[in-house]
Every structure is written in structure tokens, then in C-alpha cells.
Design a protein around this ligand. Structure first.
Ligand SMILES: Cc1cc2nc3c(=O)[nH]c(=O)nc-3n(C[C@H](O)[C@H](O)[C@H](O)COP(=O)(O)OP(=O)(O)OC[C@H]3O[C@@H](n4cnc5c(N)ncnc54)[C@H](O)[C@@H]3O)c2cc1C
Length: 416
């Protein structure tokens, strides 16, 4: 079974999807407010507080964690139920900020790898909106060579001492725990000496700084760990087996970024989706009658349809075992290109207003989306690394050369 389907098995007594959809529609109408504005990220504490409250509401209504097992607070239903709920919830205010990485990446990884105690401690709390999770993987020296990281965790009796720094952690400032990959053995090749830890974000010795991006957003963080004490049960998976643990996490990440995760709920706004916004924009700027604009919107729509079909096809193939979880990289590459196309098309339609619009003008967001579009070629591992995965793990082509393969990490030549 794949990393994304192992806990979403249909049970014979589960509610039919059509009945579930009807129940969801009625519940949403009576319990959630209409979405009043587009989702624009997670830049202030109020957004996290609102998301926690909305998640609690979903939990009480029986619609949180649709694909998580009932034993850990979920609904124990299938990805078809989740898709139905997502479709019904479009247009309502949803805690979208909790989708990635909390639910689709971190909670899914805890479900895969956690001990019974870890699953019972964290998953119900996440599904009730009481716990928010981050991932601490990338480091200032570079994120693509993830196994070359130098944040270290050293044994100190029964405990561990964590030292180093992580960066580009989405929303860490609003989180309670981070899944942190650290080096625990320097005498073995780089992939063999890593361990994944659950690190409390507010533990003594953890400093979280926010990073301002070109868009003005300060959602990204850098963390510094100075002699952070972690108990033995902070280890997620096995000691020195963190690379295998991280592969599970990364499969969930590719699925989340590519749009195939069964653990996200509500809209997936960053990927382009439908082209209603482009049509509305063309109307607003008086370009809807222009043949060139109509052609561009048609091309964007065709791409979105192909993307949705690709997501459906690859998800089904992974679930059926016809493709390995690494096939999420196919969708990952296509989704990044699609997101860029959508952002570029919006700029073409808006013209100069995309660059000159003031903060309260409708075109303002278009310029910001354009500036941010490169992120979709980096998030969840870069497009180049995804292409490497496709060539090596799906097409069976030779592995990329690596000078440090098989060399104990403490003998690997590294820049200062
Ligand atoms: C929106 C967003 C959210 C993110 N959230 C998180 C998060 O929550 N937690 C976290 O830990 N990280 C996060 N990241 C960081 C992300 O994982 C890294 O940006 C990514 O892994 C690339 O690492 P890097 O930025 O250090 O680039 P580098 O590794 O320095 O790479 C620079 C360039 O070189 C290319 N390159 C590198 N090696 C190769 C190779 N072998 N073959 C071909 N090309 C190569 C890369 O593709 C890239 O274009 C996020 C990034 C984005 C954009």
C-alpha cells in the first residue's frame, strides 16, 4: 500500500458518498459562513486563531479528518468522501491554512510512523484544532541536498540535545510542534545517520524568526536550536532511520503540493483550479471581448482540466498500487507549471495594473501572485529534484552522480 492510501480503506458499513454529500451540504449551510475573500496565506496570529476555531467546529460536526481513522478522532472514510466534502465546502469559510503542512504532511506522517502514544497524543489534538504542526527540514546551506543537513541531535543520557538551524518553515511562528530532521550519527554515510524528531516550538532553546518575502508576507520562518532538550519519545520512527521516515513525509508533501492528498479539506487555492477568477478579471478590465484574452483563458482552462484529470488518474494509480507514491512528482511538476501559467495569464489580462495597483485595488493580488509564482517550483522539493525522481524512480534511469555516496558524513568535504 502507498503512504497516502494506507489508512483510507473503505469499510463495508461506511456511509454512501451521495448520502454523506447531502449531509455535508446541509451541515455546511447551517454552520459555516460564506467565504468572504480569497485565501491569501497565514500572515498574522488572527488567521491561526480563526483556523483553530473553524477546525474545532468541523470536529464537533463530524467533518474533521475525513480520511483519518476514527481511533484518532477522524471519520475513517475514503478519499471519495473527502472529495465530496471539499466540493460542497467551496464557497464557505474553511480553515485552509491547516491543510499544508499540518494535516496533509505532518499529521499524515505521524499516522504512518508514530507510536500508539504519539498518535493518541497528537492526532486528536490536530483534528480538534488544538495543535498546529510545521516541518523543519530545509537548512540555510540548501534544501535540495536534504540528506546533507548539519543540524545535530546528540544523546545526553535518556534525552537528546538539539543544535542547529532550519529555514523556510511555513507558518512555524503559529505552530505548536515541528517535525525536525537532524543528524544523530556522523560516522556513517549521509542518509544513514538521520533521525526525525517531534520538537515543541516553544521549548527552551528554540528561537523562531520570521522572514519578509518580496511579496511582503512574513509567513516563512527560520528557527535556531540552542541546546534544546528533547525526551526519548520525541523520536518519530526509528533512531538513525530518519531518511526512511522522511521519504514517507516527502511522499505526503508531494501529494499535498500536487493536489493528490486525501488529507486536505476545502479548496486548493494555490494551484489555479478553475478559471472563474480570470474570467471575472477580464470582465472587470473590459477585456472579455478581446479574442486574444479569450484564447489565453481557454488555454489556462485546458491546462486546469488536464491537471485535474492527471490528479485523478495518478491518485487512483497510486491507491491501486499501479504506480509508486513517487508518482506524486508527476502531478507536482505539472501543478507548478500550471500555477505559473495561471499567474502569467492574469498579468497578461490585467496589464500594467498588475504592477501599479494599490493595496486596495482588485489587481493588487495579481501582482503579488506573479511575484510568488516561483514558489510553486520550489515548495515540496524543487521542480528539478522532482524531475530527478521521475527519471530515477519511475523511468528507471541511472542515478545522478554524487561524490559523497557511501562516504561517512564526517569525511565528506563541505564548504565552510
Ligand atoms: C512555498 C514554500 C514553502 C516551503 N515550506 C517549507 C517548510 O515548511 N519546511 C521546510 O523545511 N522547507 C520548506 N520550503 C523549502 C523548500 O523545501 C526548498 O526551497 C526546496 O527544497 C529547495 O531548496 P533550496 O531553496 O534550499 O534550494 P537549493 O537546494 O539551494 O537549490 C537551488 C536551485 O538549484 C537546483 N538544484 C539543486 N540541486 C540540484 C540537482 N541535484 N539537480 C538539479 N538541480 C538542482 C534546485 O532545483 C534549485 O532550482 C518551502 C519552500 C517554498 C517555496
Amino acid at each position: 500500500m502507498s503512504a497516502t492510501d494506507s489508512h483510507t480503506v473503505d469499510s463495508p458499513d461506511s456511509e454512501a458518498v451521495a448520502d454523506f454529500r447531502d449531509r455535508a451540504r446541509r451541515w455546511l449551510k447551517h454552520n459555516l459562513a460564506p467565504a468572504t475573500k480569497a485565501y491569501t496565506g497565514a500572515d498574522d496570529d488572527a488567521i491561526w486563531e480563526r483556523a483553530r476555531a473553524l477546525q474545532q467546529l468541523l470536529y464537533e460536526g463530524g467533518f474533521a479528518g475525513i480520511c483519518f481513522p476514527k481511533a484518532y478522532g477522524g471519520q475513517g472514510l475514503t478519499s471519495a468522501h473527502q472529495r465530496a466534502f471539499t466540493e460542497e465546502s467551496l464557497g464557505y469559510e474553511m480553515p485552509l491554512v491547516l491543510n499544508v503542512p499540518t494535516l496533509a504532511i505532518c499529521a499524515a506522517t505521524i499516522l504512518d510512523l508514530g507510536t500508539e502514544e504519539q498518535k493518541r497524543a497528537h492526532l486528536p489534538a490536530v483534528l480538534r484544532g488544538q495543535e498546529i504542526l510545521s516541518q523543519f527540514l530545509s537548512e540555510p546551506r540548501g534544501g535540495s541536498d536534504l540528506a546533507g543537513l548539519t543540524t545535530r541531535a546528540d544523546r545526553d543520557g535518556e534525552e537528546w540535545l538539539l543544535n542547529g538551524s532550519k529555514i523556510w518553515s511555513s507558518g512555524a511562528y503559529g505552530s505548536d510542534y515541528g517535525l525536525c530532521l537532524a543528524r544523530t550519527n556522523w560516522d556513517v554515510p549521509k542518509h544513514s545517520g538521520l533521525t526525525l524528531f517531534l520538537v515543541p516550538c516553544h521549548a527552551p532553546g528554540v528561537t523562531i524568526q520570521r522572514i519578509r518575502q518580496v511579496t511582503g508576507s512574513t509567513e516563512f520562518c527560520q528557527e535556531f536550536f540552542d541546546d534544546v532538550r528533547l525526551p526519548a519519545d520525541a523520536v518519530l520512527g526509528a533512531v538513525d532511520d530518519g531518511w526512511a521516515s522522511t521519504q514517507r513525509l516527502l511522499n505526503h508533501e508531494r501529494a499535498a503540493v500536487g493536489g493528490t492528498s486525501p488529507y486536505t479539506s476545502g479548496a486548493r487555492p494555490h494551484l489555479g483550479g478553475d478559471v472563474t477568477a480570470l474570467v471575472e478579471l477580464a470582465r472587470a478590465v473590459g477585456g472579455i471581448g478581446d479574442a486574444r484574452v479569450r484564447e489565453d483563458i481557454g488555454a489556462a482552462r485546458a491546462r486546469s482540466i488536464v491537471r485535474d484529470q492527471l490528479i485523478a488518474h495518478v491518485s487512483q494509480a497510486i491507491t491501486a498500487g499501479a504506480l509508486p507514491p513517487a508518482a506524486g512528482s508527476l502531478v507536482r511538476v505539472f501543478s507548478a507549471e500550471n500555477a505559473s501559467l495561471q499567474a502569467d495569464t492574469a498579468v497578461k489580462i490585467a496589464g500594467a495594473a498588475a504592477a501599479t495597483a494599490g493595496a486596495h485595488d482588485p489587481e493588487h493580488r495579481i501582482g503579488l501572485n506573479y511575484l510568488f509564482r516561483a514558489a510553486w517550483s520550489l515548495a515540496g522539493g524543487s521542480t528539478e529534484m522532482s524531475r530527478n525522481i521521475i527519471s530515477e524512480r519511475l523511468l528507471g534511469m541511472p542515478r545522478e552522480f554524487a561524490a559523497d555516496r557511501g562516504v561517512p558524513f564526517n569525511e565528506v568535504k563541505r564548504g565552510r
